[in-house]
Design a protein around this ligand. Structure first.
Ligand SMILES: NC(=O)c1ccc[n+]([C@@H]2O[C@H](COP(=O)([O-])OP(=O)(O)OC[C@H]3O[C@@H](n4cnc5c(N)ncnc54)[C@H](O)[C@@H]3O)[C@@H](O)[C@H]2O)c1
Length: 315
């Protein structure tokens, strides 16, 4: 299986890192050499981290880099690829033009998988010659460490390409989930943003600070969410009565909470500035060993992810 990554930004270089770690020859395309140089730097840094965490040895580190070819020629990027992961800007027009370009040079039956965070595949594939093989394959950042891939189909996507894609992502130890129907924001971002909508509400009502929201998630439900989803959590919470028992027991209270909870349709005026101030404060207050800058905190996150992935037998 040969793969191509079109667009080599944060997500494209994350996919390239992951593909090469899984032994796949990967071509990486972007619109200019400067972008590709930055991508290679990011991939090297991702791989160095894997090396420092003993995920790969020096020989594998070098092999991974050898498996990557960078190019500004779309033809060279896609002509032999069986799966083309599209990671261009989140914009219908740009994605449609990238797809037209891919179709010009790629194999007619190659899967074109868009990393879109929430655009509709039906719309992305609107002008395509072969829309049946265009799918959404939404990863989570950092792609090289988070297993989830949300697979979506457009109205003309054929099931056989969905099945092939699922088989492919499974074969490289990703955890693909197929949406039965298109939905803006897919599954995980809808869930994440439902939680975040309430976080906004709690801060705006002055119930607690930005920092305390993060503590409440991180040291409470977040620890469990890294191990199992909300349904299983409530199943365990119900003991012998299971999730059904929880719903009977606390369900009536929950309905009162729901009535009182957030219903934001737009971001509250000035929230961006207020939350940034709160996050700056939170970052300053963190223990030095857990990181105080974006880069340090990302490192803290990635080390933790490796421990969790090992626990899940995913690494
Ligand atoms: N950032 C995230 O957390 C995240 C997570 C999941 C999915 N995504 C999705 O992944 C895609 C890429 O996001 P990103 O964060 O990597 O953005 P990014 O801005 O880091 O990268 C986009 C890349 O596309 C390149 N590009 C611009 N025009 C192009 C063209 N015509 N052809 C090919 N490449 C072109 C840019 O030069 C850039 O390198 C988006 O659809 C985004 O919604 C992002």
């Amino acid at each position: 299986m040969k793969v191509a990554c079109i667009g080599s930004g944060l997500i494209g270089s994350g996919w390239a890192t992951y593909f090469t770690l899984k032994g796949l020859e990967t071509t990486l395309y972007d619109i200019d050499d400067g972008k590709l140089d930055e991508a290679v730097d990011r991939i090297k840094s991702n791989l160095k981290f894997m090396y420092s965490e003993n995920v790969i040895d020096e020989r594998e580190f070098n092999r991974c880099l050898e498996r990557i070819t960078t190019t500004t020629s779309m033809e060279k990027a896609v002509k032999d690829a069986d799966l083309i992961q599209e990671n261009g800007p989140e914009n219908y027009e740009i994605k449609r033009s990238i797809i037209q370009n891919i179709e010009k040079y790629g194999k007619n039956d190659a899967i074109i998988a868009s990393s879109t965070s929430g655009l509709l595949v039906t719309e992305i594939a609107k002008d395509a010659d072969y829309p049946e093989r265009i799918i959404g394959a939404h990863p989570y950042n950092p792609v090289q460490l988070i297993p989830l891939v949300e697979i979506t189909k457009g109205d003309r996507t054929e099931e056989k390409y969905i099945n092939k894609a699922v088989e492919f992502y499974r074969s490289i130890d990703k955890e693909p989930i197929v949406l039965n129907k298109e939905a803006l924001g897919f599954i995980s971002n809808r869930l994440a943003l439902a939680l975040y909508r309430e976080a906004v509400e709690i801060v705006e009502r002055g119930i607690c600070s930005v920092e305390e929201i993060d503590k409440a998630c991180c040291f409470g439900p977040g620890l469990r969410y890294a191990l199992m989803g909300p349904n299983l959590i409530y199943q365990l919470g119900g003991g012998a009565h299971g999730i059904r028992g929880v719903l009977t027991h606390i369900g009536p209270s929950v309905e009162k909470w729901w009535e009182d909870m957030a219903d934001w349709k737009k971001w509250p005026e000035g929230y961006g500035e207020r939350v940034q101030k709160g996050v700056n404060e939170e970052m300053k207050n963190r223990r030095e060993s857990h990181g105080n800058t974006n880069d340090e905190i990302a490192m803290f996150r990635d080390k933790g992810l490796i421990m969790l992935l090992k626990y899940h037998d995913k690494m």
